[in-house]
Design a protein around this ligand. Structure first.
Ligand code: TXA
Ligand code: MG
Length: 329
């Protein structure tokens, strides 16, 4: 595995490697993605193998501009073009009827394809220079925490990929919002970096896939996902100091806001207290969530506890990750 910078020369190298069918990890504004040429079946197969990802979990296809959408998806479905114009490039993935030529391996045999145009200059430039659509799941082993730094990828998948482009820390820190436009009314399959409230302004009858649904349409919806190796326990927002929690000795807690942190410290129950956002800003909390979980998972704390956020804006995406990471199915 070779680590590349974001220099002009290295972007060329990364783009050529993708074009040739190699696996290249690229930074996006959400999380790092494990990129492969959509038209190269061998490369697609290696993506599943590297992640140990079940073949029934389809990939997101990344494009450099709106104009490239029509090559892979039916853009005539209601809302598709309007949403693309409003929110791309950005953390929105649209599930659309696929074009015939899109390999079934990428879509797990579904008649639909997930498409996203990332808002990261490095990702955009690599995709553009590669000249092909880039299939890219988050660059983590299946079920584990998503990577928001190149170091996370090196530790988790370093020996299974050809190149890692180090673009520093991913700004948003949670994956894109996945919206299924192939059904009516459209359904949010995964809350993410684009708040559902913004989508609802354009799609008043939008539905949000429930947390407890038992037959997931896509494994991002499987109850257990985005998980650290250690046990994770959740605490309702604002209830950090209530009598309930009895963490094991030497456990750590992620709190939301100064007040909760202060209370958590006062209880003396936790060996480590981390604040996801002192000012209770859900955007800030989303940006550090995976980073803090990686950090706590790699230290010798016994358990990880986390306080939930209010269920709005990016709080919805953070809570979704926390629920799935804590599921003991
Ligand atoms: O922010 C992101 O979306 C990141 C960066 C790298 O772009 N990518 C990412 O990919 O999170 P991944 O593979 O970890 O998650 C893709 C999600 C999965 O839940 C998958 O099941 C769903 O999108 N998905 C993909 N194609 C689908 C389809 N045709 N129908 C329904 N869900 C689909
Ligand atoms: Mg993922």
């Amino acid at each position: 595995m070779i680590i590349l910078s974001t220099s002009d020369q290295d972007l060329d190298r990364a783009a050529q490697a993708i074009q040739k069918g190699l696996l290249v990890v690229i930074p996006t504004e959400t999380v790092y993605g494990l990129g492969a040429n959509l038209w190269n079946r061998h490369a697609l197969a290696r993506v599943f193998e590297a992640k140990k990802r079940p073949s029934f979990d389809p990939l997101i296809v990344h494009i450099a501009k709106i104009g490239d959408m029509a090559e892979i998806a039916d853009t005539s479905v209601p809302h598709a073009l309007r949403l693309a114009e409003r929110f791309w490039p950005g953390p929105l993935t649209m599930v659309l009827p696929k074009k015939e030529k899109v390999p079934e391996l990428a879509t797990s045999g579904l008649p639909t394809v997930a498409v996203r145009c990332p808002a990261h200059p490095v990702a955009m430039e690599i995709i553009r220079r590669s000249g092909v659509p880039v299939a890219a799941p988050s660059a983590n082993p299946f079920g584990y925490l998503s990577p928001t730094r190149a170091e996370h990828v090196i530790a988790q998948l370093g020996d299974k990929v050809d190149f890692i482009v180090d673009g520093g820390r991913c700004k948003l820190g949670v994956e894109s919002t996945v919206l299924d436009l192939s059904v009516n009314p459209p359904v949010v399959l995964r809350p993410g970096g684009l708040p559902v409230e913004l989508l609802a302004e354009l799609i008043p009858d939008i539905q949000v896939f429930g947390r407890s649904a038992s037959s997931p349409k896509a494994p991002g919806q499987l109850p257990s996902h985005y998980a650290p190796r250690k046990a994770l326990y959740l605490i309702p927002q604002g209830l950090v100091s209530e009598a309930g929690p009895r963490p094991a000795t030497n456990s750590a807690i992620l709190c939301f806001g100064q007040e909760s942190c202060h209370k958590a410290k006062q209880t003396g129950l936790w060996a480590k207290v981390l604040d996801m956002s002192p000012g209770m800003d859900s955007v800030e909390a989303a940006s550090v969530l995976f980073e803090y979980m990686h950090e706590l998972d790699s230290r010798d704390y016994t358990e990880i506890w986390a306080e939930l956020l209010p269920e709005n804006g990016l709080g919805r995406a953070v809570n979704d990750r926390l629920y799935k990471a804590s599921f003991k199915g």
